[in-house]
Every structure is written in structure tokens, then in C-alpha cells.
Design a protein around this ligand. Structure first.
Ligand SMILES: NC(=O)C1=CN([C@@H]2O[C@H](COP(=O)(O)OP(=O)(O)OC[C@H]3O[C@@H](n4cnc5c(N)ncnc54)[C@H](O)[C@@H]3O)[C@@H](O)[C@H]2O)C=CC1
Ligand SMILES: N=C(N)NCCCC(=O)O
Ligand code: NA
Length: 504
């Protein structure tokens, strides 16, 4: 793509750029053109080991005074500087992100605002930590005093996906650094460029060496050694359920805490009292934003029977008008799938669905005006039944499956009949009904009269096979803090449990 060059980076370890010990690199592919546009270093277990040592040294350097035990106020200054630099480089970061993962550049620019906002938010929380620490507990014996100390958990391993490459990293890095942890980030091999670029921001703001490290590389050869490294005190992961299972298994060997944000197959329930135009647009946004590659995508549409025909007509008409182009083109609203493998997987899901009896209402293939690239037009599949693969499994592409219901009870039963439990949306003018539905959905995130907007203040995470633990908000910070009680005996009296030995 004219005007954008992917910079060449090495691994970022201990505040320096280091070539991977084995010297290998992984190509960066522009999914819109299928061309190689750069490469990233392929780290391995040896590099992970060096990074973990650097992070450990940074954690305890100068008895922790430089970072882990520094006042939250001090760490907040770095976080604010990072936030400002991200904004300053927003355009370049957004363009690199769009090129690398295929999301429309306007969406990538939005992500960069969110990245910046996330660092700003956790800067506030880092400052607030100073006052909250040593909170005194109410205890029933006045001979004792008990306080709660919150300490950084230690060295953390952060493994992230390709759909929001820098944002998913920010959701982990910002609270980890706010807490006083030191971190090793392993971004997805399918989109690592902005995370490497981000490391240069860490250098520019003068972050103490070793506090933040980036090891790029493949899952099995760079991610797995990080997940199983005994020198890592906590793991945070966003990605597929199957990889999440492997990470949990690795963490179990070392008894390390983890947070897992995994896949989803989230429902959007639309009742017959809605304003159809508005409901159709939220339905599209919930399924096609970020090319449909969102863990929380509301990719199962449950439509109340009475409005189904008119709703679907509008939905298909509008969906067919979505602008599909190179993600760096102006006003692009749907870009390519991230990689060839994912592209093939998405097409396979669509053909399987048709073979099982689903009806292709629109999309289903690369649009005619594009000769190459991993593009799949926004796809709507009607006549989907709960036993079909397309209703049960996460596609991770712009594919919406539709079914209908008659009663609220029926809608909830269909919505909750899933192995996943990340998010759900309900659209209706009846506020009481929306409240009932939000309470009945077995998920971690509910949207009422919208789908997908995320606020850094609100907890993010799921139930069932969508994982556990919550990112963002104050919950996001707690992930990286360890809680210690300090209980003091403050009485002058002897304890007096054992009678003193009798003096002969
Ligand atoms: N919940 C979410 O946000 C995401 C869900 N997915 C789902 O996963 C499917 C496959 O995408 P992938 O890129 O293969 O996701 P993945 O779950 O394999 O990749 C996520 C991260 O885990 C790393 N990883 C892979 N194997 C690992 C291992 N054994 N140990 C440690 N780290 C490992 C990867 O390198 C990457 O950094 C998608 O089609 C989608 O259904 C993918 C990305 C994000
Ligand atoms: N930025 C927004 N709105 N959503 C991010 C969703 C992240 C995910 O797929 O895990
Ligand atoms: Na890429």
C-alpha cells in the first residue's frame, strides 16, 4: 500500500532491541493484497527466558523502589506519558494496525483512542492505590489491628490475539504497570507490528528497562514457553477457547493465577416493538464491526417472528450496501479476514451452514469488485436452527445467523443454550423486559438497545467456555494485585493462653 512502510523491529527485552537468539523471522502479510509487507522476529523459549529474567530483575531493582514499590503516583506519570505518545502517533499506529490485521482504518483510529484512554484511566487508578493501601479492617478484638496491603503480583505474562492487537495488549499492560508488575507481552503472530511500535513508545518515555518486554513469535514456540515459565507469576490471555485450555493447563503446573477471555457466540434478541432502522444498524454493528472478528460479536440474531420478514428485508438491503475495500481506503467499513487460514475457515463455516439447510440471504464470498485479498462480504444466514454448527460455533468473521422466536421465554432459552457466555444484547422499547432479559442472560456483558460499545470503567469478561476473570475497570487492576493481610497485636497484656510453668 503506497505511503506505508512496516518498520523492521527486533524483540524488545530489557529496554533494548534484541534479535531473536535463533535469528528467525515471520512474514507480515497485508490480508487485503496477500502481499508480504514486512516481517517480525520469531522469538523462542530462549528469548522468553531472557525476557523473564529481565522482568524479574526490573521488579526487584533497587529493592523495588524503582518500580514495584514506587508510589502509584510515580508509575502514573509513565502511564500518562504513554497515553499522550499513543495519541501523538495515533495516525501512524492506526494505519499500521489496519494494514496488519485488515480492520478499517477508521476503526483502528478508534482503537488508538481507546488505547490512550486505557493508559490514562489506569494512571488514575495507580494514583488512587497510594491512598487505598493499608486499609484498616473492622475486627472484633481490640487487642489487634489488621490492615490490608495490596502489592503487585510480580512478573506477568500477557498473551494476546490479532483482532484488536494493540487494544487487547493495552487492556493488560496498563493495569499491570499501574499495579507495579513487570510484563512480557506475546502478541499474535498474525498482527504484532503495533505492539512492537508500542515498545518504542516505552523507550521514548524512559520506562525503566525490563518493566515491559515484547516477545513476538508463534504460539507453540513463543507463547507456550511463556505460559509454562516458572518465573512468571500470573498469566492473562485473550484468544480462542482451545488455546485458553492449554494456557490453563500450563499455569496449573506452576499453580499460577490466570485470567482468560475466550471466544463467544453471543445472542442479540430483537423484540417486535423496536424502531426497525435503529435495531437493524445495531445488529449490523454487532456482527460486522471489526470484520466480525470480535469475541463479543452478537453473531446469533434472535428475531421475534412477527417482524422477521420486514426486519430481514431491511437488514439484507443495508448489509449489501456496506463499503468493502482495502482497509486503508477512505470510508472503508469492511476489510479482509486477517489471514488465509481464517478466510478459508470462514468460507467453510458458510458452506457447512448451507449444507445443513441454512439459507444464504446475502454475502458468502469475496465481493465481485475485489480480485484478491481475504475478503468475505458481510453474510446473513437465515433459517438457522439450534442444532446447526453455525449456531453453536464461533466463526470469527462477518457472518450473522438468524433464527426466530415467539415468546420472551423461548428467546431466553435459545439465547442461553450455548457453551459460551461472553455477551448478549437485547433490543426493545420495554424497559422492564430489557431488565428481565439482562438478568436472565448467562453472560458477563449485556448491551441494551445497542451492541459492542465498551467503556474502560466497566468490567469485561465472560462465563462458561468464554473464560473467567474480568478486565477493565477496578477489576482489571485487581488482576495484577496480590492481597496481603498484616495483623498486629497491639495490647500490652501477655497473651495468657498457656499458664506459665510453676516456679519451683
Ligand atoms: N476471544 C478472542 O478475542 C479471540 C478468539 N479467537 C478465536 O480463535 C480462533 C483461532 O485464532 P488464533 O489466532 O489461532 O487464536 P489463538 O487463541 O491460537 O491465539 C491467541 C494467542 O495465543 C497464542 N498461542 C497460540 N497457541 C499457544 C500456546 N500453545 N500457548 C501459548 N500461547 C499460544 C497465539 O500466538 C496468540 O498470541 C479464531 O477463529 C477465533 O474463533 C481468535 C482471536 C481472538
Ligand atoms: N473495543 C471494543 N468495543 N471491543 C473490544 C472487543 C475485544 C474483544 O474482541 O475481546
Ligand atoms: Na498481518
Amino acid at each position: 500500500m503506497a505511503g506505508i512502510v512496516v518498520p523492521r523491529f527486533e524483540l524488545f527485552i530489557d529496554g533494548q532491541w534484541k534479535a531473536p537468539i535463533h535469528g528467525n523471522r515471520i512474514p507480515v502479510i497485508d490480508p487485503a493484497t496477500e502481499q508480504i509487507v514486512g516481517d517480525i522476529p520469531a522469538g523462542t523459549s530462549e528469548d522468553v527466558d531472557v525476557a523473564v529474567k529481565a522482568a524479574r530483575a526490573a521488579f526487584s531493582r533497587n529493592k523495588g523502589q524503582d518500580w514495584a514499590r514506587a508510589p502509584g503516583k510515580v508509575r502514573a506519570q509513565y502511564l500518562r506519558a504513554i497515553s499522550a505518545k499513543v495519541l501523538e502517533r495515533k495516525e501512524e499506529l492506526a494505519r499500521l494496525e489496519a494494514l496488519d490485521c485488515g480492520k478499517p482504518v477508521d476503526e483502528a483510529a478508534w482503537d488508538m483512542d481507546d488505547v490512550s484512554g486505557c493508559f490514562e484511566y489506569y494512571a488514575d487508578l495507580a494514583e488512587a492505590l497510594d491512598d487505598k493501601n493499608y486499609a484498616t479492617l473492622e475486627i472484633p478484638l481490640d487487642k489487634f489491628k489488621s490492615n490490608v496491603l495490596k502489592e503487585p503480583i510480580g512478573v506477568v505474562g500477557l498473551i494476546t490475539p490479532w483482532n484488536y492487537p494493540l487494544l487487547m495488549a493495552a487492556w493488560k499492560v496498563a493495569p499491570a504497570l499501574a499495579a507495579g508488575c513487570t510484563a512480557i507481552l506475546k502478541p499474535s503472530e498474525l498482527a504484532s507490528v503495533t505492539c512492537l511500535k508500542f515498545a518504542s513508545i516505552m523507550q521514548d518515555v524512559g520506562l525503566p528497562p525490563g518493566v515491559f518486554n515484547v516477545i513476538t513469535g508463534l504460539g507453540p514456540t513463543a507463547g507456550a514457553p511463556l505460559a509454562s515459565h516458572p518465573g512468571v507469576d500470573k498469566l492473562a490471555f485473550t484468544g480462542s477457547t482451545s488455546t485458553g485450555r492449554m494456557i490453563m493447563t500450563a499455569a496449573a503446573q506452576n499453580i499460577k493465577p490466570i485470567s482468560l477471555e475466550l471466544g463467544g457466540k453471543s445472542p442479540i434478541i430483537i423484540f417486535d416493538d423496536v424502531d426497525v432502522e435503529k435495531a437493524v444498524e445495531w445488529t449490523m454493528f454487532g456482527a460486522f464491526w471489526t470484520n466480525g472478528q470480535i469475541c463479543s460479536a452478537t453473531s446469533r440474531l434472535l428475531l421475534q417472528e412477527s417482524i422477521a420478514p420486514s426486519f430481514l428485508k431491511k437488514l439484507v438491503e443495508w448489509t449489501e450496501s456496506i463499503k468493502v475495500t482495502h482497509p486503508l481506503d477512505k470510508d472503508c467499513r469492511l476489510g479482509p479476514i486477517v489471514s488465509e487460514a481464517q478466510y478459508k475457515k470462514v468460507l467453510k463455516y458458510i458452506s457447512n451452514a448451507q449444507a445443513e439447510g441454512a439459507k444464504l440471504l446475502c454475502g458468502g464470498k469475496r465481493p465481485a469488485h475485489l480480485e484478491r485479498g481475504y475478503f468475505v462480504s458481510a453474510t446473513v444466514l437465515g433459517n438457522v436452527t439450534p442444532s446447526m454448527q453455525i449456531w453453536k460455533e464461533e466463526v470469527f468473521g462477518p457472518v450473522l445467523s438468524v433464527t426466530t422466536f415467539n415468546t420472551e421465554e423461548e428467546a431466553l432459552e435459545l439465547a442461553n443454550d450455548s457453551s459460551y457466555g461472553l455477551a448478549g444484547a437485547v433490543i426493545s422499547k420495554d424497559t422492564e423486559r430489557c431488565k428481565r432479559v439482562s438478568e436472565a442472560l448467562q453472560v458477563g456483558i449485556v448491551w441494551i438497545n445497542c451492541s459492542q460499545p465498551v467503556f474502560v470503567q466497566a468490567p469485561w469478561g465472560g462465563t462458561k467456555c468464554s473464560g473467567f476473570g474480568r478486565e477493565l475497570g477496578e477489576w482489571g487492576l485487581e488482576n495484577y494485585l496480590s492481597v496481603k493481610q498484616v495483623t498486629r497485636y497491639i495490647s500490652d497484656d501477655a497473651w495468657g493462653w498457656y499458664p506459665p510453668p510453676s516456679k519451683k
